[in-house]
Design a protein around this ligand. Structure first.
Ligand code: AMP
Length: 420
């Protein structure tokens, strides 16, 4: 036998019936985001590598070691998108969307690619649902974006949601803080691991979200960004919290939350839900007031989030799963010597009346067909024998009740739809 080809490491197939749940989750996202005035954007999966180097930042883990980058046949460097904020910002600039009037509200659903070490809940191709609110600098827009996100998670039956909120300040706040943090850490270089030592030069703020116990202990006494905020950054942050409070959204200020991407400024956040550890944030986001300018656009502020759909599904409340489990279609079975074409024609008529139907065209035994229907979770089987067809009727079998009645197609449909 020939050797089997398998899917690429860290990338997986999603199969029915699980795909039906994914689609249901995405439907909810589309409905809720539309109710806040967001429209869908679909950008290509491939971008010029430069977009991410400039947009996400050279010093980030993503650009430094996680990108799927290759040269195409003409020697251009292309990258499978590791995130979608930079592509959406590029599209915003490229199409002059600012001309339509600000703010512009966009959402996306789609695969992202990062060459990470595969482990539970971490894949090399994973899906994100995200939204970007471009062109409104005010704290109320931060709060509204968070509200939309919380409403979405609530609609999936998530409970105990807490927004973890922080500010990384504006450029000036960060520059001030960076200096103070480096001054504090420099004398303790020997405590820092290799990554953090490197970050001391490239991106010291990232050291704050270290997992190393020794580094965490050291950081307990480190200066806090809070103490270095400009008045403007502080006022903005306080106003976001106030708006969330007024709208009844539970949040906790998390001074160590810095997020891994270079483009963030001011508000950053993650959301945790009941039953999920803080390690398992299903969503992260924040403001990126400088990104659009960095990509050659005007100086337009923006804020967005990205939900990890794989994790969202792995932790999805059972109640949502149950409510959206696909209903197995009715089986239409030829009983006896019935022409397959006759059965096909009948099936088409029944589907036109709104019945979801699978046909058993094989002419195999009725008993086996009933077994298959039962196994598929279907409650109803329609049996079409020569007798029935001649009389313009069908036999409807209720597998749950173990009963069978003979009746016309309309009555059969009514009975199935009434589930009685
Ligand atoms: P980020 O784009 O890094 O801010 O991540 C946003 C969300 O995407 C995270 O909270 C995760 O839920 C999800 N995510 C990031 N990387 C992966 C991955 N390799 N596999 C699965 N989900 C991921």
């Amino acid at each position: 036998m020939a050797e089997r080809v398998r899917s690429v490491k860290g990338m997986r197939d999603l199969l029915p019936p699980e795909t039906a749940i994914w689609a249901a989750v995405e439907d909810v996202a589309r409905r809720i985001f539309a109710s806040y005035g967001y429209g869908e954007v679909r950008t290509p999966i491939l971008e010029d590598t430069e977009l991410f180097v400039r947009g996400v930042g050279e010093a980030t883990d993503i650009v430094g070691k996680e990108m799927y980058t290759f040269t195409d046949r003409k020697g251009r460097s292309l990258t499978l998108r590791p995130e979608s904020t930079a592509p959406v910002a590029r599209a915003f600039v490229q199409h002059g969307l600012a001309d339509q009037g600000l703010p512009v509200k966009l959402y996306y659903v789609g695969p992202q690619f990062r060459y990470e070490r595969p482990q539970r809940g971490r894949y090399r191709q994973f899906n994100q649902i995200g939204a970007e609110l471009i062109g409104d600098p005010g704290p109320a827009s931060d709060a509204e974006l968070l509200l939309m996100l919380v409403r979405f998670l609530e609609a999936l039956d998530y409970t105990g949601l807490t927004v973890l909120l922080n500010t990384v300040g504006d450029d000036e706040s960060r520059a001030r803080y960076r200096e103070a943090l480096v001054a504090f850490l420099e004398p303790h270089r020997e405590v820092l691991g290799e990554d953090s030592r490197r970050r001391l030069e490239t991106n010291p703020l990232r050291i704050l979200d270290t997992k190393s116990p020794a580094e965490r202990e050291l950081l307990a006494d480190a200066p806090r960004l809070e103490g270095h905020l400009t008045a403007q950054s502080r006022t903005h942050f306080e106003a976001v919290g106030q708006a969330l409070e007024v709208c009844g959204v539970r949040f906790r200020v998390e001074p160590r939350l810095v997020r891994g991407l270079d483009y963030y400024s001011r508000t950053v956040f993650e959301i945790v839900a009941e039953g999920l550890g803080a390690q398992d944030a299903i969503v992260g986001g924040g403001r990126y007031d400088g990104l659009i300018g960095d990509l050659g656009g005007a100086d337009v502020p923006a804020i967005g989030f990205a939900i990890g759909e794989d994790r969202l599904l792995a932790a999805l409340p059972e109640s949502f799963r149950r409510a959206h489990a696909p209903v197995a279609p009715v089986h239409l079975v030829a009983a006896g010597d019935v022409e397959p074409s006759q059965l096909l024609e009948l099936a088409e008529r029944l589907r036109a009346e709104g019945l979801d139907l699978v046909t058993e065209l094989g002419g195999r035994s009725v008993k086996a067909a009933l077994k298959r229907a039962d196994k598929s979770g279907s409650r109803w089987v329609l049996l079409a024998g020569e007798d029935e067809l001649a009389a313009g009727e069908l036999s409807l079998r209720d597998l749950d009740a173990g009963e069978q009645v003979r009746l016309g197609p309309d009555a059969a449909i009514a009975k199935i739809k009434g589930q009685s």
